[in-house]
Design a protein around this ligand. Structure first.
Ligand SMILES: Nc1ncnc2c1ncn2[C@@H]1O[C@H](COP(=O)(O)OP(=O)(O)OP(=O)(O)O)[C@@H](O)[C@H]1O
Length: 257
């Protein structure tokens, strides 16, 4: 379970540009939840993910992982249990290293790493099997530099790499936004498969309302630092893209836009 409790977050505190994003923000992601998060630009979606992952600090409040307060825990330590995929495929992979080296690096997350040690045959075969499941032919390109792959291929690798070690939580920050529609679809199917196979508690920020409706067990809508919609179960299953659009319109009218 991941929890944000009574979070207060200011950007540029004490300056002319001070901005209060969260005043008393609360979120509980129960074990096995797959939460799609939609919301207006600047509503705080990425900031929320950054707070969970420890990429940014907060003024007040607690971040709990399975009941343990991890507010003071460094990002790299949280990452032992949290996998993250970003919008930019370049963020999750190292372009100057080969596919094999990237896989090996991800496999050693949280441990020491030396390329000199090399990768044993069994591990290489394991990586090839995983890459083969993507159906992108990457298993035959183990010595190719990742920088020469397409965005979609890199994002598929980033997803595989972020979930290679035994993690419990998966954080997806608009991870299909930079991809063409067909590749985005493929990455979403892959995401869903990995989430189910590994039983990952997942939070996925997306501007694609269809994905938000089709995937996941719960749907949140954020606006101006607040959760304005939180639905799950049957209600979520019945939700249509038009319903979310309607909610967006309501918010815009309330704001006078
Ligand atoms: N490092 C920062 N310094 C100052 N303000 C920031 C910083 N990061 C985010 N903000 C502000 O906080 C607010 C929320 O930003 P955030 O990126 O979390 O929103 P978002 O919902 O992810 O937006 P989008 O849908 O456009 O990606 C915005 O007004 C943004 O300008």
């Amino acid at each position: 379970m991941l929890e944000l409790k009574n979070i207060r977050k200011y950007y540029n505190p004490g300056t002319l540009n001070e901005m209060c994003l969260f005043e008393d923000f609360n979120l509980t992601a129960d074990k096995g939840d797959f939460i799609s998060v939609v919301g207006s630009n600047g509503s705080g979606k990425t900031s929320m993910l950054n707070i969970l992952c420890g990429s940014i600090s907060v003024e007040k409040g607690q971040i709990l992982m399975d009941g343990e307060d991890i507010s003071g825990m460094k990002e790299y330590k949280r990452n032992r249990r949290i996998g993250r995929v970003y919008q930019n495929p370049a963020m999750g992979t190292c372009p100057s290293m080969t596919i094999l080296e990237n896989m090996s690096l991800a496999d050693n997350k949280g441990g020491t790493y030396g390329l000199g040690k090399g990768v044993n045959k069994a591990r290489k075969a394991h990586y090839q099997k995983l890459l083969g499941s993507l159906n992108l032919g990457l298993e035959n390109k183990m010595d190719v530099k990742v920088g020469s792959l397409s965005g979609g291929q890199r994002q598929a690798m980033a997803l595989l790499m972020s979930t290679l070690t035994p993690i419990d939580y998966l954080i997806l920050d608009e991870h299909t936004a930079a991809l063409d529609p067909k590749t985005a679809e493929l990455i979403m199917e892959l995401t869903d498969r990995i989430v189910k196979e590994k039983n990952l508690t997942t939070i996925m920020v997306t501007h694609n309302l269809r994905y938000a409706v089709e995937y996941g067990s719960r749907l949140l809508m954020m606006h101006q630092g607040q959760i304005v919609l939180d639905i799950a179960g049957e209600e979520k299953q019945k939700m249509k893209v038009d319903d979310i659009l309607g909610k967006f319109n309501e918010i815009s009218i309330e704001c006078g836009n």
